[in-house]
Write a protein of this length. Structure first.
Lengths: 418, 161
């Protein structure tokens, strides 16, 4: 007879290699059944998902839409000033409720049959509820309370709004852990100003981008801008820190402080005319130190698909949204601080040339996932190798390491029960 | 009011400028691309949504020919991408204003991108918002704001529009 625990657990759709997280089966990037399981266990499971910034909806009734995995959601500030997050779908027939990406509303009315909801998602009105001339209409015992919008749990840290379908996941700060929470609070310590938004569409499984952003090993090898223009500078200190459980990480460094940024700028300017491979206009390298801890570069990931970026003075939040097994979309939100001077804003705009789909040191990330996706379709049983920096998941001072990627797979296997 | 003959003459000259501008990019003669700008010219690529919300950041932000040259140098020497070419279609060149520093023109554009695999796609559609000056008989862009209707870029944006 079969063990009863085997009988109740679903058959595994993937056998992870015995070597553990230093091997990644290509199947995780190509399998539709796994992708569907992710929508259930990862995006609707015991995981918090970033949905927006409080700054984007400052007044009661302000809303914006987003998605958690493939589920469309809307976040709105209610009359008490609290953030509410709902599935963006009418409880009647399932039509998308907010058609626009953002705006201000007094309540929600579905365009299809005018069912209406208040800012707390409560169903408050049904068109022709009593029919016309005593004909038609809803049954008298129709239960309004059973047809509210689907409401998610919401938690906020330093103005970043997270939501979850889970009733059991730990409160956001506990789930993030102290170190990850502190790092978010470090970047969002002051009121921010949104500088721009765009999205970058990629032809690869969403997790190939997540691996890329946790991969501090590839930076100087794939992105040749700094090397080509001989702009590499000594890094004094840095580390890859992986959270307990492996899901989140911070890769940070401090660029050498033995010469000020403006001296570097001046040196580059003088060299500009002497050598073809020098920047003709190094103004985009002008920076200023804005964090007292001296950290000049910090990439933080929050499991599974959020990135908080500080590359010198270029600050951004990126959200990786899956769009099917082999397609995904990276949403970028660039920001500065409300108190920035016009000169500081200009420097941030100059440095924005380094990031995004046209980023001088990042555009390659848009294509490298596709280079993998196009080769693995018929070799789902083969694996990728992740042994740089060892085989374990641990924090290291060297950034020549794939430890944070292994950490992602550890957390992924846990949540996906693989 | 601008005298209509004056304006039509400017439109003809700007259409000539535009034809050479897009030809330069489509023929991969990118080293000449910065020369279509004044030395201190501003070149930005952004989206309709950012412009509508008055947000200053976009995809490209070049101040001066030097930064434009650096972009091209980087494209040639440093950046890694699948080989591809653009073909621009432009239409509707019209004057929208005249000021002391030059003439304001809008021109619609569409860019079809062809990859080395042969795959073709509409890569970008939008409007050029230009400030054009007469630089000793040659028209040049003092400002060129490329406003894409879509906020989404497929894969990457390495060649100027």
């Amino acid at each position: 007879m079969q063990d009863s625990s085997l009988a109740t657990s679903p058959p595994s759709i993937l056998n992870w290699p015995e070597l553990g997280v230093c091997r990644v089966p290509f199947q995780v990037f190509t399998d539709q059944a796994l992708y569907d399981l992710e929508q259930e266990r990862l995006f609707r499971g015991d995981v918090w998902h970033w949905v927006g910034l409080e700054t984007e909806t400052p007044h009661p009734g302000d809303f914006k839409t987003n998605s958690i995995g493939e589920t469309p959601v809307l976040l709105i500030r209610d009359l008490q000033g609290d953030m509410q997050v709902f599935v963006n779908r009418c409880a009647h027939r399932g039509a998308r409720l907010c058609i626009e990406n953002g705006g201000n509303v007094k309540g929600f009315t579905c365009v299809y049959h005018n069912w209406s909801y208040d800012l707390h998602g409560k169903l408050i009105g049904v068109a022709f509820r009593n029919g016309v001339n005593q004909q038609g209409g809803l049954p008298p015992d129709f239960d309004f309370a059973a047809h509210h919008l689907q409401r998610l749990r919401v938690d906020v840290v330093a103005g970043l709004v997270f939501a979850t379908f889970s009733q059991t996941v730990a409160p956001l700060r506990d789930w993030l852990g102290t170190r990850m929470t502190q790092h978010i609070e470090r970047i969002f310590s002051r009121p921010i100003r949104v500088l721009g938004r765009y999205t970058q569409y990629m032809h690869n499984n969403w997790k190939l981008y997540v691996e890329n952003v946790k991969d501090s090993y590839h930076a100087s090898l794939l992105h040749l801008f700094f090397t080509t223009f001989k702009l590499n500078r000594l890094t004094q200190e840095g580390a890859v820190e992986v959270s307990e459980g492996g899901g989140h990480h911070i890769s940070w460094s401090k660029m050498a402080a033995d010469e000020s940024e403006n001296e570097v700028y001046e040196r580059e300017r003088l060299r500009a005319n002497q050598d073809d491979f020098r920047l003709a206009e190094p103004r985009l390298l002008q920076t200023w130190p804005e964090f007292p801890d001296g950290v000049t570069h910090a990439i933080q990931t929050v499991f599974p698909n959020l990135v908080v970026q500080q590359i010198q003075n270029s600050l951004a939040v990126r959200l990786m949204v899956p769009k099917g097994v082999s397609e995904c979309e990276l949403q970028w939100l660039l920001f500065g601080y409300a108190e920035d001077t016009p000169e500081q804003t200009e420097m941030r705009l100059m440095q924005s040339n380094l990031v995004g789909p046209a980023g001088l040191v990042s555009m390659e990330d848009g294509v490298v996932g596709h280079l993998i996706q196009q080769t693995i379709a018929r070799d789902a049983d083969q694996t990728a190798v992740l042994e740089m920096g060892g085989r374990a998941v641990e924090s290291r001072t060297s950034r020549v390491s794939e430890s944070a990627i292994r950490g992602f797979w550890q957390a992924y296997r846990e949540v996906m029960e693989l | 009011m601008i005298a209509i003959e004056d304006e039509l003459q400017w439109v003809r000259r700007v259409e000539y400028l535009m034809a050479h501008y897009i030809g330069c990019i489509d023929q991969d003669d990118l080293e000449r691309w910065p020369l279509f700008f004044t030395e201190d010219g501003l070149y930005r690529i952004t989206s309709r949504e950012n412009v509508a919300q008055n947000l200053p950041a976009g995809y490209w932000y070049c101040r001066g020919q030097g930064m434009m040259q650096d972009r091209i140098q980087s494209l040639r020497q440093a950046n890694i991408y699948e080989p591809h070419v653009y073909r621009h279609q432009i239409s509707g060149t019209r004057c929208v204003g005249q000021e002391a520093s030059g003439w304001r023109f809008h021109t619609n554009f569409q860019v079809v991108r062809t990859m080395q695999s042969g795959e073709m796609s509409v890569f970008a559609v939008g409007c050029f918002h230009d400030l054009i000056v007469d630089d000793g008989g040659t028209l040049r862009f003092k400002e060129k704001i490329v406003i894409c209707d879509s906020s989404r870029i497929d894969t990457l944006l390495v060649i100027p529009i």
